[in-house]
Design a protein around this ligand. Structure first.
Ligand code: DQA
Length: 136
């Protein structure tokens, strides 16, 4: 199975910003653990702070499943929502933190409705749980 892990805006700061929320590991370290977990699958990783680049990554994806942590784009990007509905590959929305236990603006996702499912609150394991969901 080929899985594409997409991380959006500010996720490159993981391990540097708000360590109490997102943990001490960098995105590179987390991605290495994800790749080790899915050692019998093909994993591709992409991160961008640009909304348009996330849309292009979704449009150009060639894989069986996409795991998307859009970061703050989750809460307002109709462009990313439209990119998800433009493709036939299923997308699972992921958040490391439990967005529903945080500020009010994080309770809204404009992409959940067009995603296969949503996983939030399990730190780096949110990505692994989302990847595993494609095997159910
Ligand atoms: C996040 C939650 C978002 O609200 C936030 O803007 C992020 C990270 C998470 O992984 O918990 O950048 O998507």
């Amino acid at each position: 199975m080929k899985l594409l892990f997409i991380n959006g805006v500010n996720l490159n700061m993981t391990g540097i910003r708000e360590k109490g929320v997102y943990g001490e590991q960098t995105l590179e370290q987390i991605n290495a653990e994800i790749a080790a977990h899915f050692k019998n699958d093909e994993c591709e990783f992409f991160q961008s702070n640009s909304e348009g680049e996330i849309c292009s990554a979704l449009q150009n994806a060639k894989c069986d499943g996409i795991i998307l942590n859009a970061g703050a784009f989750t809460h307002y990007s109709y462009a990313i929502r439209d990119a998800i509905t433009s493709i036939s590959i299923p997308v699972v929305e992921v958040h490391m933190s439990n967005v529903h236990a945080r500020e009010e603006f994080r309770h809204t996702s404009v992409i959940s409705e067009v995603c296969k499912g949503v996983i939030a609150g399990f730190g780096k394991y949110s990505y692994i749980l989302a990847g595993e969901s494609f095997k159910l």
